[in-house]
Structures are given as C-alpha cells and as structure tokens.
Ligand binder design. Structure first.
Ligand code: BES
Ligand code: MN
Ligand code: ZN
Length: 491
C-alpha cells in the first residue's frame, strides 16, 4: 500500500472516501467548519439528531450532495471522549478506514489527521492503514464473491511535516503483516525450513546477514534441548540468525529471540483435540522476530541488532522424547522432561544459551509459552518477566508507545523451587501454580550475564480480530514493540 501525505483542506481533496475522526462532543470541530459549510450543515445536523455520537470505533457513512466537496463518500469515525486522540486511537481509526475502503472497494481513501497531530500520530496512522488493509486469502482457491477489495493508496491529510514518520509507519505495518502472514499460514506449509527460507529472503531484500543451522550443525553445537523437541517429527529443526550491523564493529548488539514451534501437538504429553489447530500459532514469537528484523533492515538504525529464531515442530513420532527423559542442554545443564508439552522453554533455553557468544547489550524474547499467562492477563497484555528492572520498564514503555501492552509478573526467588528435579539440574515444568512465572524462571537458568526480558504472548499473539486494525488470526504481536524498543535504544 502506498501512503502519502498532503496538506490540503478536507473539502478540497478529491477522493472516493474521505475519513473524518470525530470526538463525542456535540459541536462540529473547528477544522471542519469550512467543510460543513460546503455540505450545508450536514455534519451539524447529524450530530444534532444524535445518529452519530462519536463513541469509540462508531462509524457512519454519508454521501455528500453532488458538487459540494471533492469526496465521493464521507466516513465519520468516533474517537470517544479524549480531548485529543492518542496514537493508538489514530491507529484504530486508520484501521477502520482501510477496512471500510476494502469493503466498499474504493481502492483508496483520504484520512484527516486530528488537529495537533505530530510524528507519533502520523506514524500510527500509516501503521493502522497498512495493518487494516491486511487479509489472508492466499489459500482460498475459489472466489465466493465477497472477497475484500484491495486498498492501494491512503492519503493522510495534515499540515505537519511527517514524511519520515509516515515512511517508518508504512515499514512497520508491512513488517507486522509479514509476521501475521507467517502466523496464519498452516503448519503443513509453514514448517521450520519454510521459516528458514523466509529469513533468507528477508535478509537478501534488506541487506541483513542470515545464517541457518540445520540438524547436523545443531548436533555439532550440542543443542540437546532443541534437538530433543525435534526428535518426534520428520521436519528438520532450524536455528535462524539474522544480523543487522548498523552500529560500530564491536558494539554490543541488541538481541531478539522468538519461539517458533510450527505446530505444537504437545508431544507424547499430547494436547486435547479441541482447538488443537490453533497450535499453528505457536511460532508467532519467531514470526515477530522475523518481522521486526525486516523493519530493522529497512529503517537501518545505527545499532547492532541480531534476531534469533529456534524452530521445530512438536509431534509424537516413534523417536519422540518421553516424559522422564533427561536432556543435556547447549549450556551443559541437564533437564528432566516432566511434560513434553513444555517444549517452548526447551528450544528457547538452547537459543538463549547460544546467544552468549554475541555478548548482548540486552535481550528480549517473545514466546507463546504458557496457557497460564492467558489465565493471568487474558488477551489485553503480554506477560513481561526478566532479570533487570530498568529493562523491564523500557520494554513496558515501548509497548505503550507501540500500542502493544505488556504487564510485569513477579519473579520472586521462591518460585524457582518449583523447578527442582530429583534427577537432573532442573525439570521442565513447575506444576500449575504461577505457570507463566515458573516458565520464565526456567528460561532464566539459561540466560547469560546480560539484561533480559521475556514476553509471554500466549494471550496476545492471535485473536478474534475485534480491533479495527486486526483480522481473525495472528496479530503480529510484538513486532511493533520490538522495533520501538530498538529505535529507542538507537537514539
Ligand atoms: N504453546 C503452548 C502454550 C499455549 C497454550 C499457548 C495455549 C497459547 C494457548 C505451550 O507449549 C504449552 O503447551 N505449555 C503448557 C505448559 C505446561 C505443560 C507446563 C501449558 O501452558 O499448558
Ligand atoms: Mn506445548
Ligand atoms: Zn508450545
């Protein structure tokens, strides 16, 4: 999608669809009085009748009388009671605009940015426009007649000089759509080697270095935990490494790690059948790392960034790992497998151990790690846990700015005791109490001496598509948070 900025008045813009964000106040905002004059007071009339109250995400489609303004259609979008829409509100309005343009098959729209909008709002608008235009229809072979139309251009109306912000927003939206596509692809298509190929393509398109380790190299590295998970499947496991060298040689890199289980059947500790198909989304952490690295490759911040994605399938073939098995991890610590369905922490343990060689300045990981995190926080925030309070606060703030919220869960030392094993250095589950936290404590045992934050995205990585810029399926979380954090560290 092309996103352009124009600084002309809303009544002058020639467009098939003009989108106007409106607060839930009764009067017509000052910046719209000229437009409403041309419309013969249509907006004031609509407000007076109470047909459109400006509530959040409320919409009303109007057809201006011929010859009055340059737009063929008007879409009013409610912004609620806030004095000034914040970037997330603007992102949602832009998402609504794209979805409506797609439904009406207008191919393009113009969106008036709220008075006083600056770079953050313009970037959010570009993100929302690109995200709202996303659909996943590539595997539908038959046209059932209601396939959504493509939206090829969004025009943002604002007097502000925001071209760079809009460019960044467009890149971020595209990167997150890339992550959503990988998430939505079925597990027979999106295998670990498919992700490896996707990483190579991202690298060659955007000037990153890509290394992919396969089974033999993982054996040579001694990645016993990742390999144990891959024992139950025919799919070859992969360790994907993408590098952006934007900083000075020798500068400690920022490292992003993402869990990519391309399908999680649970292994021998098999999951129940109900909704098991959703376990294709168990690679969304890895997808967000690939998406974020594609944005980093395009935005080229002056900092070194490395993305690492351990990828495997978790099935239950004849060679599968068993409950009771004791594994030797990459770090050398031994792990008693109590439940083969706690596989994400096994592949992440080896990845977190592997990245010590980069001497990270800091590391974030994202994983659809525990059902317990969904119970704790629902779908409104990812769980955040780590070994450094300053980094935790940075990540929380980056999530707030990016519109991808995270909320901290405590890592009291006492929780670690739930992972004590009678036979090995650690066991891979700590029982039901505080399941999200004991999973994080497991990871922490394999993290080197650097600041690290783990994001449990089990409740946020996919959803019902209720947000205006979402669709049912993968959300792309936390692609925008990752990039926001990297950009914050680079400036
Ligand atoms: N991928 C799942 C976690 C998950 C569950 C994500 C539901 C999203 C929705 C993970 O591999 C898993 O199975 N975790 C187990 C851990 C348990 C065996 C300690 C869980 O949460 O039940
Ligand atoms: Mn599992
Ligand atoms: Zn899993």
């Amino acid at each position: 999608m092309n996103v352009v900025v124009k600084s002309i008045a809303p009544h002058q813009v020639s467009t098939p669809l003009l989108v106007l964000p409106l607060p839930s106040r009764e009067d017509v905002p000052a910046e719209l009085t000229r437009l409403d004059d041309r419309l013969g007071g249509l907006l004031a009339d609509v407000r007076q009748r109470g047909d459109f109250r400006g509530r959040e995400d409320e919409t009303l489609l109007l057809y201006p009388p011929a010859g009055t303004i340059g737009a063929e259609r008007l879409l009013l979008v409610g912004c609620g009671t806030a004095a000034r829409p914040d970037p997330e509100r603007v992102r949602r309005v832009a998402g609504t605009a794209s979805k409506q343009a797609s439904k009406l098959r207008t191919g393009a729209f113009a969106l008036l940015l709220p008075e006083g909008s600056g770079e953050a709002e313009a970037r959010a608008a570009a993100e929302g426009a690109v995200l709202g235009a996303y659909t996943f229809a590539e595997l539908k072979a038959c046209d059932d007649g209601d396939r959504p139309g493509e939206v090829s251009e969004a025009t943002l109306l604002t007097p502000a000089a925001v071209h760079e912000a809009v460019r960044a927003g467009k890149i971020l939206g595209g990167a997150e759509n890339l992550a959503r596509r990988l998430g939505n692809l079925p597990p027979n298509v999106c295998t670990p080697s498919y992700l490896g190929d996707a990483a190579r393509q991202i690298a060659s398109a955007h000037g990153l270095t890509c290394t992919v380790l396969g089974r033999e190299q993982l054996q040579a590295e001694g990645m016993g935990a990742l390999l144990a998970v891959a024992q139950g499947t025919e799919q070859e496991p992969q360790l994907i490494v993408l590098e952006h060298r934007g900083g000075r040689v020798g500068d400690a890199p920022l490292v992003l790690v993402g869990k990519a289980i391309t399908f999680d059947a649970g292994g021998i500790s098999i999951k129940p059948a109900a909704s098991m198909e959703d376990m294709k989304f168990d690679m969304c952490g890895g997808a967000a790392v690939l998406g974020a690295m594609s944005a980093v490759g395009q935005l080229k911040p002056p900092v070194n960034v490395i993305g690492v994605v351990p990828a495997s399938e978790n099935l239950l073939g004849g060679a599968a790992m068993r409950p009771g098995d004791i594994l030797t991890s990459h770090l050398g610590k031994t792990i008693e497998v109590v439940n083969t369905d706690a596989e994400g922490r096994l592949i992440l343990a080896d990845a977190l151990s592997y990245i010590r060689r980069f001497e990270p300045a800091a590391c974030l990981d994202a994983a659809t790690l525990t059902g317990a995190c969904v119970i704790a926080l629902g779908h409104q925030a990812s769980g955040a846990m780590g070994n450094d309070t300053a980094l935790l606060e940075d990540v929380r703030a980056a999530g707030e700015r990016a519109g991808q919220r995270v909320w901290p869960l405590p890592m009291y030392d006492e929780y670690r005791e739930q992972l004590k094993s009678d036979y090995a250095d650690i066991k891979n589950t700590g029982g039901r109490p505080a399941g999200a936290i004991t999973a994080a404590w497991f990871l922490r045992d394999f993290v080197g001496d650097f600041p690290w934050v783990h994001l449990d995205i089990a409740g946020t990585a996919w959803g019902d598509g209720k947000l205006p810029y979402h669709t049912k399926g993968a959300t792309g979380v936390p692609t925008r948070l990752f990039v926001e954090w990297v950009l914050g560290r680079a400036s």
